[in-house]
Design a protein. Structure first.
Lengths: 120, 711, 161
């Protein structure tokens, strides 16, 4: 089973993402911010990281930058959840090592379709 | 896959309300100018989350409105704009407006968007008010006409030259997946180009050296192909041309091809440049179309407030630990029951049972703790209240919050909020002087209100302290006389007079303001607090201020009880009410008017209630000296309750008697004792009322006794 | 019929199909008179157990019991109906009913001498007989039902408290 780390400070979004992915047969771990995610990521391995950008403690872009620097996460796809207003976030995210992005708002089907691009 | 998004609504509403609370309290800390980074970030994040969630869950009215709020916040955050007081006020109004809209949605009602529209217009005016907005609107107007022109005509397929950046793998992107994705769109012919693969000595295993020429046979439009390379377009060389043009380059339709050839490079050139805006808007729009109608559940709970609670993970963890211990104890007891029972096992059994009792108690405490929330949930509404009220009153008021992390039961918290608001309003309105008055009396011109919460015994104590002028005892007395509460001759201490403000129908305001109302309130405040098994006290020093002290049980679900017996009946008296228990010395008892017995205890006269009389039970003995007197205090008055015997003290879980029966005078509820039988909990205030011992009666009794003794 | 059998029968109730306009009635005795109550209102039947008295309540309110953690009042229906010969013996039972009281659904137990049987009675077989019982209690009497050679007094106990 493919393992996914879902990071979002909003419980409802996190639950929605997590529920959708679990229903699609993924093994999902949730984290509530960048610091939380980084700690979880260090003691686990994941096949995909999906992270919100705007979060307290550590934002998603910083998280992706940190993760990309870890040997275990060199090639792991990492997607940002971003809004249409986050143009600059996309390039900042790419610079930090993000694989791609999912634009909010999105529905479960769109989420799964997007994930299909990096998990096959 | 069909997923019912409504299952996430409740969590979304909860976190949104929390976010709004956070926004509000941070906004109240803001000063015009260039705000502190962390503060504005917190506000931005809250708005951002609400926008993201409401969009995702289909609450488009909320999402639309939050968008403008967020946009302005973003500009302030980026330092593009100075924060003004007008904007702070506008943000605060937006918080209120969003609260209203979200409350309506939570109750499955259509939100009223009028207010939102009005506020939105104000935001838009601010946003459009200078060159900044103009700049932005230029940016977000993508010119995609040529794009669609190409799409129209290219239906045979696409020729794609794909040369991934060397580092593409290190961003987690996988070219092979992209080729597979193309394969899902249509038939793919691949030519791999290995020209760039270096010699073995210089090859870097983590780099990508391949590139491909791809023929995609599909009638899909360009956007579909662009989507495949969406994330890597900046890092790769990608040329996409309509397949038709290359195939038909030698065809006779030269003129048509010429135009297409002319357009094709244009389309390519536009792709990377326009793409960001394009991609931004198109998925967002499609999402809006599919989710724009908020799903309405027919049987959705109308009032969802009580339905869920957010619990810190450490509380859940401790609960799980305890259940673990309970399981171990249970296993141990089960083991004991296997095989023959002998004396040796008896000791183990006793130990096991002691362990079980211990586990159960711990578990009970932990479960109760789940319902406990920090009082900051209530305190957090006061900064706004004080800010708005001080503006209205024209007084400068500083609010201090102490002990915000003090925890209490969620239900108690919900019910204490209104009485507290009333007391705080009252302190601001009546307690604190006007600025001029303060200056005149040599005080700091800024008045102060302090909310202080702490635990004391099994209670939470909340103090509402102001440094105002204190209660005007003389005025209260005159008013009370005018209202017939007391007479001119009533011999009352200042403290007793001050307490009269809690009597029904009392008002001391010189002029009725729209804040504290027409004297409705203080009696209601006290009644509401008493309904929670709590009490309110008041201390006041003229010229220095007043302190209202609210005392509440930590939870409504459990109380510490004293079991007492009258004949065959066992009742429970809340321990919190009990002052002491004693045997009656008949010499200290006076009978007043052949009706009321009064015990002289030290300096006080305590009316005696015979529980067997009150409840119509057959006691062991009707003689006072045979029983025990439980002295209880309620509402600053002491009463003695005569019982046959005191039994154990224990914590009891309060059960409703009204659920299947009805309210019983003198009884506040029921509980189930260890042996499974039901025992009723005595309601002290109800018992006093039932005994006909109203305050006036008590006072006349006291007076009679004093007269009697002095005679 | 004993309590276990009746409770078992209550459990099976929902699976049985009733012909139209037929209702089932649980019958019981008070002072040698046989009464019936709509079985859909019956939650369970228990043996008589002592209760916790409620202060200053009417004599027919025996008190409250602990019904699996819920506080449930128990009414002696015989006292309520002014029956004089009231005893508490091994066969005295408490029928736990779901009733409405002032519009609210409540659970309460009623004490009767003994439970008897379950009968199906069609609505057309019920004779309305307004003159029955003393005046205070006639409102609790739905009518008379005839089963074979027996006549049952059918009760409707909402607002009995």
């Amino acid at each position: 089973m493919k393992k996914i780390l879902a990071v979002d400070d909003s419980a409802s979004m996190r639950q929605m993402v997590s529920f959708t992915l679990k229903k699609a047969g993924f093994d999902v771990t949730e984290a509530k911010d960048g610091v939380d995610a980084l700690n979880i990521a260090k003691s686990n391995t994941f096949d995909l990281v999906i992270s919100d950008v705007n979060m307290p403690n550590m934002d998603g872009i910083t998280l992706i930058g940190h993760l990309r620097g870890l040997p275990d996460y060199k090639f792991v796809p990492m997607l940002m959840l971003t809004t249409e207003s986050g143009l600059d976030k996309k390039s900042a995210g790419k610079a930090a090592g993000a694989t791609g992005w999912i634009v909010k708002p999105f529905n479960p089907d769109q989420l799964l379709a997007t994930i299909g691009k990096v998990l096959r | 896959m069909s997923i019912d998004l409504s299952q996430f609504y409740e969590v979304f509403f909860e976190e949104s309300f929390e976010g709004l609370d956070a926004m509000e309290s941070e906004l109240l800390n803001l000063e015009p100018g260039t705000p502190d980074n962390e503060t504005i970030n917190t506000i931005f994040r809250a708005a951002h989350s609400i926008k993201g969630g409401s969009g995702t869950f289909g609450f488009s009215a909320v999402a639309d409105f939050t968008h403008v709020v967020e946009t302005l916040l973003d500009q302030i955050r980026d330092g593009q704009r100075q924060l003004t007081q007008v904007q702070i006020d506008l943000f605060l109004q937006s918080v209120d407006c969003l609260r209203e809209m979200l409350s309506a949605l939570r109750d499955s009602e259509e939100p009223d968007t009028q207010e939102a529209q009005a506020l939105k217009a104000q935001f838009e005016a601010i946003l459009a008010g200078d060159e900044l907005a103009g700049l932005e609107s230029n940016q977000v107007t993508p010119d995609d006409s040529s794009n669609t022109a190409v799409e129209e005509e290219s239906r045979l397929g696409w020729q794609i030259q794909f040369k991934p950046g060397k580092d593409i793998l290190k961003t987690g992107n996988e070219p092979i997946y992209m080729l597979q994705e193309l394969g899902e769109i249509g038939d793919v012919e691949l030519d791999i180009n290995l020209d760039f693969v270096p010699t073995l000595e210089t090859i870097e295993a983590e780099d990508c050296y391949f590139n491909w020429d791809i023929k995609l046979k599909s009638d899909c439009d360009l956007a579909k192909v662009d989507e495949v390379f969406e994330w890597v377009v900046d890092d790769c060389e990608i040329n996409i041309t309509p397949l038709e043009t290359l195939v038909s380059a030698v065809d006779e339709e030269v003129s048509e091809n010429a135009t297409e050839l002319g357009q094709a490079p244009a389309a390519e050139a536009i792709t990377p440049a326009v793409e960001p805006e394009n991609q931004d808007s198109s998925p967002a729009q499609s999402a809006k179309v599919t989710e724009s109608t908020p799903a309405k559940k027919d049987n959705a709970p109308k009032n969802a407030e009580a339905s869920s609670i957010r619990v810190g993970i450490e509380k859940v963890d401790s609960l799980i630990n305890m259940v673990g211990e309970l399981v171990i104890t249970q296993a141990m007891l089960t083991q004991l029951s296997e095989g023959d029972f002998d004396k040796a096992k008896l000791v183990s059994l006793q130990e096991g049972l002691a362990q079980l009792a211990h586990n159960t108690r711990d578990l009970q405490e932990s479960v109760m703790r789940i319902r406990m929330l920090p009082i900051s949930f209530v305190f957090s509404r006061f900064p706004r209240l004080v800010r708005d009220t001080s503006k209205k009153l024209g007084k400068q008021i500083e609010l201090k919050l102490l002990g915000e992390q003090t925890e209490l039961d969620k239900t108690v918290m919900e019910k204490i909020s209104d009485p507290m608001v009333h007391l705080v309003r009252n302190a601001m309105d009546h307690g604190l002087e006007t600025t001029e008055e303060r200056i005149a009396s040599g005080k700091s011109e800024v008045g102060s209100i302090t909310l202080n919460a702490f635990h004391q015994g099994g209670n939470i104590v909340i103090e509402i302290i102001d440094d105002g002028k204190g209660l005007n005892t003389e005025k209260i007395k005159q008013k009370a006389i005018a209202n017939g509460l007391i007479t001119e001759n009533s011999d009352l201490t200042d403290e007793e007079i001050n307490l009269l403000i809690f009597e029904p129908g009392f008002s001391t305001a010189d002029q009725v303001s729209d804040l504290s109302g027409r004297g409705v309130g203080m009696d209601v405040v006290r009644r509401n607090i008493q309904a929670l098994n709590g009490s309110v006290e008041l201390a006041s020093t003229p010229g220095e201020g007043s302190t209202f002290t609210i005392r509440l049980p930590l939870t409504l679900a459990i109380l510490d009880g004293q079991l007492i017996r009258v004949g065959e009946h066992i009742y429970i008296i809340p321990l919190v009410n009990i002052i002491e228990s004693l045997q009656i010395n008949l010499e200290d008892v006076n009978c007043v008017g052949g009706e009321y017995d009064v015990l002289r205890l030290r300096d006080e006269y305590i009316p005696i209630i015979r529980l067997f009389d009150l409840f119509n039970h057959e006691p062991d003995s009707k003689k006072m000296e045979d029983g025990l007197l439980v002295v209880v205090e309620h509402d600053n008055e002491k009463i003695g309750i005569l019982v046959d015997e005191l039994l154990a003290q224990q914590q009891v879980v309060i059960k409703s008697l009204e659920a299947n029966y009805m309210k019983v005078e003198g009884v506040s509820g029921a509980t189930i004792l260890g042996d499974g039988t039901v025992s009723l909990i005595i309601d002290i205030s109800g018992a006093i009322k039932l005994a006909g011992l109203k305050k006036s009666v008590r006072r006349s009794i006291e007076k009679a006794v004093v007269d009697l003794e002095s005679a | 019929m004993n309590i276990e059998q009746l409770n078992a029968q209550l459990g099976e109730l929902e699976t049985e199909l009733q012909p139209e306009n037929m209702s089932q009635y649980l019958t019981f005795f008070m002072d040698n008179e046989e009464y019936g109550i709509d079985i859909l209102k019956v939650q369970e039947i228990r043996g008589w157990e002592s209760t916790t008295a409620i202060p200053n309540s009417a004599e027919y309110i025996k008190g409250v019991i602990n019904l699996r953690g819920t506080i449930v009042p128990v009414i002696d229906l015989r006292l309520k109906f002014s029956i004089e010969n009231v005893q508490y013996t091994a066969v005295t039972v408490v029928i736990v009913l779901k009733l409405t009281q002032e519009g609210k659904e409540k659970i309460m137990g009623v004490v009767v001498d003994a439970v008897s049987d379950v009968h199906s009675i069609s609505d057309s077989q019920i004779k309305v007989s307004p003159g029955l019982g003393d005046n205070n209690n006639s409102k609790f009497i739905k009518g008379l039902g005839v089963v074979g050679d027996k006549t049952l007094i059918l009760l409707e106990l909402n607002d009995v408290l």
